[in-house]
Design a protein around this ligand. Structure first.
Ligand code: ADP
Ligand code: MG
Length: 617
């Protein structure tokens, strides 16, 4: 048999390597930012267009490259950072594999401009799909600028695989945060589609965190500090009351490199034991310094996983240090003498006189209350003109004896519910033969033929709202209520960017946004039937859900958004409902397309056959 093995051409090998190094625009951001850090830059500018799909550019004022190096840096395994295998155990740089630029150049249009301090002129190189297109002498300042355009232009399958712009932008910002948080002594600027979204001056750690996450963060931080022979820990944890449902701000850095570690996370979690609400996630920014000899960062191509020599000792130390800090913080206020006063107020608000806070939380809010404005065609959030009548539930059952309500196998769509359009109030008590009971302000009980239903009021209402909202958005007939004074709400910069990405969909539900500033959004109208006191909670829940669910779940963004709104607006467990409200809820539930499950796939009701009861007597 003839020989069949051959070496892959370089550009093919590079493309394959790119599969490991570059998953998405954010991977390019990470590699370029880290190269700029390794080059000793003091100012780094990141420019993004279309979530990085069209352009990722990083400009630094670091060491720059000579003419030869500028050409060589795109070769595979070309690195200035290690020379021997031993160097791997003394790493003080981010990069060392010499793969990133070769990989990126294999799958994008790349332009490099670079100049070293002492060189008179710089070099410009254009390279596309590993092919050098041009090399020129240019006038350029000291440092390096690399722009990466049209990522995956030659691998359509990978390009199609990219998520929507909001999702990819979020990944980009995450990477930007990770590098910026690891290097407070470097100044960073980030531009997204032409607008400056971050401007982070050189600062201390605390100020850097506050600059990244917004002025309100300062008061949430509890300092953590410990030095032992094998490890030093500095950083902050968030006070337990600021824990979130989502894994929001959780950062470990080892020797200035962001890492992920379930094991260390568990150590922090256990330090918070007894201080967190159930299911809540602590926030932390923890910086570990260890001897580079005792870690192996070579186990993952993107280098976010690290193996420690003495994991158990690290775990114990981290746990006790965080515990100790948490124990101390309640003793006295946290003082930061280096604190930058400008951080407390957004730039454009500094000269204004403060307003009284406008947001109040009305914990007793009950959307069924009579003062809810009644309007025609309102479909947000739960009113509807035409819905099933209560009796239809029974009549359906009578005709179709075989239908048994069971939470797993209900096929209610075979029952005709949309029979009698009602006018005015959905329930006219005197006409209704139904009986409902509310149990523990949580469940609604109602007898049906040979059984009774136990309905979970909150989950049932979530289902109703979910379907209503989807309809509202699809037919674009949301009704807004104009606010007398626009509401301004504070969020972190990243959260504002996220909400802005959903502006259109949110406006389809009835919100009207006046402006999105750095950390402030201003809302001039809200969906009818929503109280302004609810808005902050609704949007916070939405942010948390969007961050949690995307990008991995297969749901569409719209779906995540609608689920989140339904969850926020639903009447909660603990709310007492009048008979009329109970009936309204049950009727609306069984007018839904899928009444038996909540939007998050929990059963909305269970059926208990009388025979089950009979057996007990
Ligand atoms: P690595 O970072 O693992 O060495 P890269 O492919 O990322 O591999 O970069 C290859 C080489 O190009 C680096 O080792 C460095 O010498 C040079 N280089 C890359 N980016 C820059 C930059 N922004 N400034 C100066 N030199 C750079
Ligand atoms: Mg690199």
């Amino acid at each position: 048999m003839a020989d069949i093995i051959q070496l892959l051409p370089d550009h093919v090998a590079n493309q394959i390597a790119a599969g490991e190094v570059v998953q998405r625009p954010a991977s390019v951001v990470k590699e370029l930012l880290e190269n700029a850090i390794d080059a000793g830059a003091t100012l780094i500018k990141l420019i993004i267009k279309d979530a990085g799909k069209t352009l990722v550019q990083v400009i630094d004022d670091g060491a720059g490259m000579s003419v030869t190096d500028a050409r060589l840096c795109f070769e595979r395994h070309a690195t200035s950072k290690i020379k021997t295998a031993e160097d791997l155990f003394q790493l003080h740089t981010k990069g060392f594999r010499g793969e990133a630029l070769a990989s990126i150049a294999a799958i994008a249009h790349v332009e490099l401009r670079t100049k070293t301090e002492n060189a008179e002129v710089g070099t410009s190189i254009k390279i596309e799909g590993s092919q050098v297109i041009s090399q020129e002498v240019v006038a350029t300042p000291k440092g390096t600028s690399i722009s990466v355009k049209n990522l995956f232009y030659n691998i359509p399958a990978r390009r199609n695989f990219l998520k929507s712009n909001p999702v990819e932008t979020r990944h980009v910002i995450d990477e930007f945060h990770r590098v910026a948080l690891a290097h407070p002594s470097v100044s960073f600027v980030m531009l997204n589609n032409g607008a400056e979204v971050f401007h982070l001056p050189v600062s201390n750690l605390r100020q850097r965190i506050v600059h990244v996450f917004g002025g309100k963060t300062n008061e949430k931080l509890v300092p953590v500090q410990e030095t032992t022979e094998i490890l030093s820990i500095t950083g902050f944890v968030l006070k337990p009351e600021y824990s979130k449902k989502s894994r929001g701000e959780q950062y470990f850095f080892v020797n200035d490199r962001f890492i992920k570690s379930g094991y260390l996370h568990h150590a922090v979690l256990s330090a918070f034991e007894g201080l967190l609400r159930e299911g809540a996630q602590p926030g932390y920014f923890l910086y570990l310094e260890v001897d580079p000899k005792t870690i192996d960062i070579n186990i993952h191509p993107t280098k976010t996983e690290v193996k420690f020599e003495d994991e158990h000792a690290l775990y114990a130390m981290l746990r006790s240090t965080v515990k100790h800090s948490l124990g101390q913080f309640s003793v006295g206020p946290v003082l930061d003498f280096e604190r930058d006063k400008n951080l407390d107020t957004p730039y454009d608000y500094q000269k204004r006189t403060p307003n009284m806070p406008q947001i109040e939380v009305d914990r007793n809010f009950n959307p069924f209350e009579a003062d809810v404005p009644k309007q025609k065609n309102i479909t947000f959030p739960f009113e509807r003109e035409k819905t099933a009548s209560w009796e239809s539930l029974y009549s359906g059952l009578e005709k179709e004896h075989k239908i048994i309500f069971s939470d797993s196998e209900t096929h209610l769509d075979t029952v005709e519910f949309e029979s009698e359009p009602l006018t005015g109030f959905l329930f006219q008590a005197e006409e209704t033969k139904s009986i409902t009971f509310q149990l523990h302000n949580k469940y609604l009980l109602t007898p049906i033929k040979n059984a009774f239903l136990v309905i979970h009021q909150q989950l049932a209402h979530e289902r109703i709202l979910y379907e209503e909202l989807l309809r509202t958005i699809t037919v674009k007939e949301a009704i807004s209520q104009q606010l007398l004074f626009p509401i301004t709400l504070h969020f972190s910069i990243k959260e504002v960017i996220l909400l802005k990405e959903y502006r259109e969909q949110l406006e389809d539900t009835g919100f009207v946004f006046e402006s999105f500033k750095k950390e402030i959004i201003s809302i001039s109208a809200i969906p009818v039937n929503v109280k302004d006191s609810q808005i902050k909670i609704i949007l916070e829940q939405l942010i948390s859900d969007l961050q949690n669910e995307l990008p991995d779940a297969g749901y569409s963004q719209m779906d995540v958004m609608v689920k989140s709104l339904a969850k926020s607006l639903a009447i909660k467990t603990g709310v007492s409902l009048s008979k009329e409200q109970q009936e309204h809820l049950i009727n609306s539930l069984f007018a839904c397309k899928e009444p038996s499950v909540s939007p998050t796939n929990k059963p909305t009701f269970v059926t208990i056959p009388l025979s089950d009861l009979d057996k007990k007597f």
